[in-house]
Design a protein around this ligand. Structure first.
Ligand code: NAD
Length: 280
């Protein structure tokens, strides 16, 4: 297949594995559109795809991969365990269901999608992910939407530090405390809704910086994440935007621009609060 040649840097994970710093997210992409969107992303050069059982489109990711002609080992696949599947036995069944939809015999990165603290089962669920990793079914394990107290609890209980915490993160919600905790513990920070679901595109500061570089606002936001050391997984189903979001390695933001972007933090969530969110 023809692909963009720009190479995406790989992040070192705390378990010795590596993942591309830029990937392609498929949240809210209907199953029937997923294969085409992922095919566009693979052609543009993306080699990491972020899906979840809750998105209902894991088969679409598999079909795009199979049609691409790429080897399974060339693409890093992340999926996530649904909120209703916490607990030892359910977690194992949920893993098997995701693996059979995705095809192949392993998943690169398996995440607990939300902690759902009201159920009190995320610690047991984490133990199951640890076992799946020890059995070689998953290469890396991590969590998503975990707050510091949730992370401390699973680390204290198992001694296993998640490789990744995938959290809502964009210029309006910069999560400095959580990111510092990740850095101290060697957890990679992966940003979901890295573009603030598209709502930050017309921010005047971002627009101004974009104009200075002759880039788009989306590229400036993604570049900001890259320079902070975040893993990013922007989503789009529009081929031109899929390509645009991939071209963030050919320019650099200066210190002053990084500082101006850091001042956009409002501590504002666009998505649910991880302490209370139950429904997937
Ligand atoms: P995002 O920040 O990636 O924004 C996507 C939206 O931005 C698109 O729907 C489009 O409207 C717009 N957009 C994209 N590229 C653009 C461009 N170049 N120019 C202008 N507008 C553009 O938001 P997201 O989809 O919520 O997050 C990305 C991925 O993160 C998801 O697909 C999913 O894989 C993951 N995610 C994870 C969780 C979680 O709980 N773990 C939650 C939400 C999303």
């Amino acid at each position: 297949m023809t692909t963009q040649t720009t190479s995406v840097p790989y992040m070192d994970l705390n378990d010795g594995n590596h993942m591309p710093q830029l990937g392609f997210g498929v949240f809210q992409v209907p199953l029937e559109e997923t294969t085409e969107a992922v095919a566009h992303a693979l052609r543009a050069g993306y080699r990491s795809i972020d899906t979840a059982a809750a998105y209902g489109n894991e088969e679409g990711v598999r079909d795009a991969l199979q049609a691409s002609g790429l080897d399974r080992g060339e693409v890093f696949i992340t999926t996530k365990l649904f909120n209703t599947e916490h607990g030892r036995d359910r977690a194992r069944r949920a893993f098997e269901a995701s693996l059979s939809k995705l095809g192949g015999d392993y998943i690169d990165l398996y995440l607990i999608h939300w902690p759902v603290p009201s159920r009190g089962l995320y610690e047991e669920t984490w133990e199951t992910l640890c076992a799946l990793r020890d059995e070689g079914r998953v290469r890396s394990i991590g969590v998503s939407n975990f707050q510091i107290d949730h992370l401390e609890r699973i680390i204290d209980a198992t001694g296993v530090v998640p490789s990744v915490n995938q959290i809502e993160l964009h210029p309006r919600l910069q999560q400095p405390e959580l990111r510092r905790f990740h850095a101290d513990r060697g957890i990679a920070t992966e940003a979901w809704s890295p573009l603030g679901q598209g709502e930050l595109i017309d921010d005047p500061v971002i627009e101004e910086i974009a104009a200075e570089h002759d880039r788009t606002p989306a590229q400036v936001i993604l570049r900001w994440h890259i320079q902070l050391g975040n893993v990013v997984i922007p989503k789009s189903v529009t081929p031109s935007r899929i390509r645009e979001n991939f071209r963030v390695f050919e320019f650099e933001l200066g210190d002053e621009e990084m500082r101006r972007l850091s001042e956009l933090d409002r501590g504002e969530r666009m998505g649910p609060d991880p302490d209370t969110f139950v429904k997937p």
